[in-house]
Design a binder for this molecule. Structure first.
Ligand code: LMR
Length: 394
């Protein structure tokens, strides 16, 4: 039989938790797993501004005919502005609509494989759980650079800089623009400048994953490293996701921007990227991108979106403090201050695999095996139970 030699694989470290949590019948269960925003009631509602745009779309859209491999040009222009805000030479940048951040990463990988025989991409240690399977599975060689000091819960910037200084010229370096997944800790502006200096000096190619723009400080600050590097390097890749900042998770909206050395190279890269898309999914899904396009091209909808984005960001900041204070009360000998230093959805709790398993089995508390937690799962109603349970397993 054709499929006889295959074996069932373990569930995905992050997405597998969605079903496990759903099937848990305990009333006090808490989901700190997959990176999805939740409000104070523990829900992930559709943003009001998305509902408005969606209604307008239903009323006005007159066709669902294919738009082409790069999707909507108007969406792409709006995403390019959101990403670079004029910091890059438009004549050198091409932007393509893609199915979420993952789709953009996959197209970028396809492009890199065409550009170079054996492209090496350096990734932070640790990095998003799916970076290695996704980019490595596409055929790229991945190598780690140090990033997070697990004992002190800080970025080890010195080790990172030292490692980057010995990366071979021309290699590609994957950076998280903001809200580093999984640690939640980003370089300061000063550290970004130092990292950028090494990138420029070593002629490395920055490949920046911006999946959480607007979830850390604000839309502009969160894009600092992208814009800082844009007029200093010859080539650069940026992947964007609209899953979190527009709450469009399942609609799969993202973009891929590639900055080439000049306008001639840009045209070549655009045609190659277009061809990569054709060989994978042919054309990107439209619905979510059409909503984003409508929001970003309408000043009133844009400001409504920014208000809702700030509300999500503020709540994440508040619940970090809430959990930190509850833990400080109950487990005063242990330092959890990194919870409040991190931004966005994630940070490490800093507990071991056995403690993570006990939290799931005995308390119905779900997080991924690295002890990364999504703080959006914390509410004023569950924080006491959560802090008590964590303390109990320490
Ligand atoms: C996460 O890291 O939890 C999110 O980015 C969702 C995913 O696809 O892994």
């Amino acid at each position: 039989m054709l499929f006889e030699s295959m074996q069932t694989l373990p569930a995905d470290a992050i997405l597998g938790l969605i079903a496990e949590y759903k099937n848990d019948s305990r009333a006090d269960k808490i989901d700190l797993g997959v990176g999805v925003y939740r409000n104070a009631d523990g829900l992930t509602p559709v943003l009001d501004v998305v509902k408005t745009a969606e209604q307008r779309l239903v009323d006005t859209q007159d066709s669902k005919a294919y738009l082409g491999t790069a999707g909507s040009q108007s969406f792409n222009a709006a995403m390019q502005t959101l990403t670079f805000a004029g910091s890059a030479d438009d004549a050198r940048v091409t932007t393509l609509q893609a199915p979420g951040g993952s789709g953009s990463l996959r197209v970028a990988a396809g492009l890199l494989l065409r550009a170079r025989k054996k492209p090496t991409v350096w990734v932070s240690e640790p990095t998003w759980n799916n970076h290695v399977p996704l980019l490595g599975g596409a055929g790229l060689e991945l190598k780690p650079y140090p990033y997070y000091d697990t004992d002190r819960h800080v970025i080890d910037a010195d080790a990172m800089l030292e490692a980057l200084r010995s990366v071979p010229k021309g290699d590609i370096v994957l950076l998280h623009a903001c809200c580093h997944n999984p640690s939640g800790l980003d370089p300061t502006e000063q550290q970004w400048r130092a990292i950028s200096d090494v990138i420029i000096e070593r002629e490395l190619v920055p490949f920046i994953d911006m999946a959480y723009q607007g979830f850390s400080a604000d839309l502009d600050t969160d894009a600092f490293v992208v814009r800082h590097l844009a007029d200093k390097v010859a080539e650069m890749i940026v992947t964007n996701s609209c899953s979190k900042n527009f709450g469009l998770y399942r609609d799969r909206v993202g973009s891929l921007s590639i900055m080439a050395a000049d306008s001639k190279a840009r045209a070549v890269v655009a045609s190659q990227a277009s061809n990569v898309v054709r060989t994978i999914y042919s054309v990107p899904p439209d619905h979510g991108a059409a909503i984003v396009e409508m929001i970003l091209n309408d000043a009133s909808l844009t400001s409504k979106w920014q208000v809702e984005l700030a509300q999500m960001r503020d709540r994440l900041r508040e619940v970090r403090v809430l959990l930190h204070d509850a833990l400080k009360n109950k487990a005063s000998s242990r330092d959890f201050s990194h919870l409040t230093r991190a931004t966005g959805m994630f940070c490490f709790l800093g507990i071991n695999a056995e403690q993570i398993d006990t939290l799931k089995a005995d308390y119905g508390i779900y997080m991924i095996g690295s002890s990364r937690i999504n703080v959006a799962g914390v509410t004023t109603d569950n924080v006491e139970y959560l802090a008590e349970s964590i303390t109990a397993v320490l």
